[in-house]
Design a protein around this ligand. Structure first.
Ligand SMILES: Cc1cc2nc3c(=O)[nH]c(=O)nc-3n(C[C@H](O)[C@H](O)[C@H](O)COP(=O)(O)OP(=O)(O)OC[C@H]3O[C@@H](n4cnc5c(N)ncnc54)[C@H](O)[C@@H]3O)c2cc1C
Length: 387
């Protein structure tokens, strides 16, 4: 492994690395080839308590900060795994924690902490509205003590490996609200129950081994006690959760970035062409060094975001910038890694093409790079709103 400074999280790093070492490259490669879910890996992480890092101790979690949680995600990706299979379990519950009632927290959080229930899914994106979330068309209409859901979602991940999903739906039509961000609400959806009574799941085969789906709702009934927080405030609640999600995904990209740098530095030191290691050529060294510099810089922004988040300070800009920098840096590292492995970079057995596909996703999801640039332009630089 390339040298990275030891930090105060070394104990966590060592423990997560030890667990991940039980799931070597062959394990992740086979799961990817079979388009399967890494059940044994996710189970081991759950049983060891790592996915409950952000749940307070009073609800059965370990009550760690975002910095520690981000180190867990980083180490999974640095070890060759893909946190995308399970990161939802770590951060989706934040919405419940911040906005749920005491009764809801008491019902859900201990079971999520123990892993008895998985809350791995969040249903926001819709096919016809994309990033323009306030235009969502899925509706939740109150009828007696239930809400009736109709509409469609797309790209909703881990539905087949989750017990619960947080769903964003319109409770007041867009035309009847003062601000477009009002009138949306979030609900806990019991997924197995929903599949029997109004929700259809259609898996989307995709470039990454990422279990993601189209969802169709036809008169799905949800008990009113599954509404989280106040009706009409759901969009704000979702936004509240994004800083943690962005920062954790930044850490995953940083883990990926180090993984690529580890692999490529080792390979170019050993591979001899024209009578010398290819890593002796500056044309090979420089793109690798450049990617490494960018990963290190992204890492600083990731810790800045964590520090502010853990101090309960505003951190929207830092979380977004960390995600932007880290996704870009891991992508540069991935490019250098595949390039300098020559033809071997494309062979499945080297795992590079798999990690290359996996890290590419983070330029688009959970938020595209352009939308981060637009956030920074408007919120940090005070430039006029473009939409
Ligand atoms: C594998 C995968 C898993 C996902 N998991 C989930 C999930 O679990 N839950 C969920 O709700 N969603 C999920 N998503 C959806 C994801 O969040 C969206 O794909 C992403 O936010 C981009 O939205 P879109 O695909 O609708 O793209 P669009 O909104 O159609 O945008 C397409 C592209 O256009 C550009 N663009 C759009 N608007 C602007 C603008 N105003 N200015 C400049 N550029 C612009 C951006 O570059 C963007 O990438 C997932 C997506 C993928 C691919």
């Amino acid at each position: 492994m390339i040298k990275t400074a030891t930090d105060k999280y070394q104990d966590i790093r060592d423990a997560v690395r030890a667990l991940c070492a039980e799931f070597p490259d062959e394990y992740h490669r086979k799961i990817d080839e079979q388009r399967a879910y890494p059940e044994a890996f996710v189970d081991a992480l759950t049983k060891a308590g790592w996915l409950a890092a952000l749940i307070p101790q009073e609800w059965g979690g370990s009550g760690l900060g975002l910095a520690e949680a981000s180190v867990i995600m980083e180490e999974i990706n640095r070890s060759g795994g893909n946190s995308g299979a399970c990161h939802g379990q770590m951060y989706n519950m934040g919405t419940l924690l911040r906005h749920g009632s005491q009764a809801q927290k008491a019902l859900y959080l201990p079971k999520i902490a123990s892993g008895e229930w998985r809350l791995q899914s969040m249903g926001v994106t819709e096919p016809s509205t994309g990033t323009d979330t306030t235009k969502i068309k899925t509706t939740a209409v109150k009828k007696g003590d239930r809400y009736v859901i109709n509409g469609q979602k797309v790209w909703i991940s881990r539905v087949q490996h989750s017990d619960w999903m947080i769903l964003l739906a319109r409770t007041t039509p867009l035309a009847d609200v003062k601000k477009k961000s009002e009138g949306m609400s979030i609900f806990m959806v019991d997924l197995r129950q929903a599949e029997k009574s109004g929700m259809t799941v259609r898996p989307i085969p995709n470039m990454v081994n990422h279990e993601t789906n189209e969802l169709f709702f036809e008169n799905l009934e949800i008990p009113e006690e599954n509404l989280i927080g106040q009706e009409g405030q759901g969009f704000k609640y979702i936004l509240d959760g994004l800083n943690a999600e962005r920062t954790l995904i930044a850490a995953e990209c940083i883990g990926d970035g180090y993984w690529f740098i580890d692999r490529v530095t080792r390979y170019v030191s050993e591979r001899v062409v024209f009578g010398r290691p290819i890593g002796q050529n500056q044309g090979v060294q420089f793109p690798i060094a450049e990617a490494y510099i960018e990963i290190e810089a992204a890492n600083l922004m990731r810790y800045k975001a964590c520090e502010l988040f853990d101090a309960q300070q505003p951190c929207g800009a830092q979380a977004n910038m960390a995600k932007y920098l880290a996704a870009k840096a891991s992508w540069e590292a991935a490019n250098a890694c595949i390039q300098f492995h020559g033809g071997f970079g494309f062979a499945n057995e080297y795992d590079i093409e798999r990690k290359f596909r996996e890290t590419r996703l983070y330029q688009v999801a959970p938020i595209s790079t352009n939308l981060i640039l637009s956030y920074v332009a408007e919120h940090q630089l005070g430039l006029p709103r473009s939409f």
